[in-house]
Design a protein. Sequence first.
Length: 332
Amino acid sequence: MSENNLLPYNTMRMNADSKGIIPIYSERDVFEVLVEQLSPLKIIGGGSNVLITQDQDAYILKNEIKGIEIIDEDNDKVLIKVGAGENWHQLVMWSISHNLGGIENLALIPGCVGAAPMQNIGAYGIEQESVFHSLSAIDLSEGTTRSFFKEDCKFGYRESIFKNECKGKYIITHVNYILSKNHKLNTSYGAINNKLEELEIANPSISDVANAVISIRQSKLPDPKIIPNTGSFFKNPIVSISTLKTLELKYPEIVSYPIDDEAAKIPAAWLIQHAGFKGKRVGDAGTHKNHALVLVNYGNASGEDMLSFAKQIQDGVAEKFGISLEPEVNIW
Ligand code: EPU
């Protein structure tokens, strides 16, 4: 394997070449790359939310900027500055060891801190925007540093400005979060409460909630180190209430979560399962047996194999339910 091969750098374990892989440990490293005028540039963090479908005619900057620092605090809150190359779950563990609340529901999400605002990661009733303060990024064409505050990031459901109009334009170097010393836990998500009851924990701590989340995730989501995957492959589609009502007449058991008076989210996993794709495998591409929304590479699937399997799922769901599924992962 060439030293520029991306296979070790993506959790779906796609075999694809690049023009070069350059580790970035500091802002200064970014400026040095810019001075050398290497181009085009692409950025990879944990490689856990990207499906690489072809060789990359680009230099890949591997974000390795580390560090977790408290930069301000009062009686109630702590402002932290985190290197974008820190592992997200390690940050959650750090917050728990410092008894700081706000991200415990986001335990065990793969990937690095720089990807968290990009995707606006979320799980079990919390999205990272609820603790986000600001971030620093370097504009790759101008070579300038810029701060983005919450309103600049245009966060949405697994969305931000960095997946849309600013796609590929910046490398995020640090993210600042506000964590809480007197944290109000959010255990509203059914599965967390059930797990805490099962463990007979009546007054959970931040750490109890993180442990419940870890245990739920481990029971149904495949570990990418064992079965290569990129977590949820599609977004949960948002439909109008009238579409939902029509579907409910035909499929009374359909699952949905109301958003407001006009729209609801339907779990893509439910649609995929009921279109007959749960645990299905075509060659080495498949969906996981415990979770229909997780596409897995059972061995040597190529990017094309994964894409064509994803397309079969999209077609199957569109044909049966009239709903189009949109990938949640970034496709390269
Ligand atoms: N379901 C099925 N079949 C399955 C799995 C689930 O029908 O094979 C149904 C069940 O009714 C279940 C519902 O789908 O109640 C929702 O499933 P789950 O709670 O596992 O959540 P999800 O909607 O599939 C989302 C996020 C996950 C996050 C979980 C928990 C997206 C795209 N995914 O998944 O995030 O961990 O909620 O909050 O929003 C990720 O983004 O990579 C990710 C893993």
